[in-house]
Design a protein around this ligand. Sequence first.
Ligand code: ATP
Ligand code: MG
Length: 462
Amino acid sequence: MTGLDPGRLAPPEGFRRTARRLERAGFEAWGVGGSLRDTFVLQLLGDTVANPPEWDLATDARPDEVMELFRRTVPVGVSHGTVRVLDGDEHVEVTTFRRDVETDGRHARVVFASSIEEDLGRRDFTVNAIAWRPASGHVRDPYGGLADIESGILRAVGDPGARFREDYLRVLRGFRFAGRFGWAVEPGTDEALREAVDGLAVLSAERVREELMKVLGDPNPSAGLDLYATRGALAHWYPELLGLAADRGAWLAALGAVDAVPARELKVRLARLVVSAADTPEGRAEVAEALLSRLRFSNADRRHVTRLSRLFLPFVGPTDSAAEHRRWLASAGEAWEDVFALHFAGARAEEAERAEQAERYLEATRERVRREWLDEPPLSLADLAVRGDDLIELGMSPGPLVRLLLEELLEQVLEDPGRNDRARLLGEAGRLIEMGVLTEASRPGGGSGGPPAGDEPPGSDA
Ligand code: ATP
Ligand code: MG
């Protein structure tokens, strides 16, 4: 065993100052949780963990004592013991030692405790139950978290079944940590995870969503997401993914494509998962709607992911005409680059030779589409050089046929942007009215050229 290298324990100055001040006032100040875990992981694996550790501080000082001691504080969660101490541009979350006295699977009633040992005892996994006191250099690791990190094992603190029943979020956190670091789940912990998944139903949508977004923010979300599937955790919050997950090959391919989306594009990653779960644009949109509503995503996020899921296919190719590219842009609007990102991720997830070919194909397509987009051609009814009122002045009665005629004109303008000239469009409209082609029979599907490709104007999510 290597052991933790003390030279690596390098919290930011704000944390150090806060700890020193607490110690001078007679309190204990410990670095705990993710910071110790991530520091040791970094030591063992090098810089494969994307984010530098976040340093949380645990102390025996009570929240009111912390607020008295520091000039600038924010009571972010005083009832469960957390005060944010502001230090220049930095801030430190300072939490009083705690002990759970009552839990119901989603909330805990905590009381303040007097020792770091008690505090570590309520933490979820051994790897998260390590503490270090800068003032003395002492490391507390009562559950063997450092050894587990070194062996690559995720293990619950204490009786795993009991720990998950206290707070079912730990189940999802476990998937995330094991997936993020590629750890094996210790057999007893694993069995308890499988037994606890039904309890996920008691969690709030917000906590489940935040967990999902943290997994999606990892360099390779596939490992964590696969644990959701193999441990039976999809049923309550992600039923739309069950069919996909049942086909092992398709599921792993879908996860590979999620990994291939850049990590900062969380919503595109989510859409990439969704598009594999249904076969039609409507089906994909329904999956997105259902999943994101259940997880209470914001309306904007739900609309965006639904829109990307719907737009995924049919797609354009490099040999399509410029007019076809414009028609596609007319339906995709601002989302067009994200739709390309979905396809690029699918291509990158293919095997080497096919990946290269597929990427070249997509690059060629994107180049042409981008050129059209940068030309800023008219793409929607709002961009037309004529309005509905103009057509009514030409003698049309107000009603749905006005919109239909505008759509016919837009179709012509998408074909050739040079036709977006007021006099010319009015002439064309007059001709069409005279020909009488705009009868009920010319509604979508019924004749004269049809509506523009894509059945929604840019910016709409309907
Ligand atoms: P990350 O910040 O990368 O998500 P983390 O381990 O720092 O990982 P936080 O949510 O910041 O996670 O929590 C800090 C610490 O608090 C954890 O390391 C763990 O010791 C403890 N903790 C957090 N949530 C729970 C929980 N639901 N049950 C028990 N302990 C928890
Ligand atoms: Mg943290």
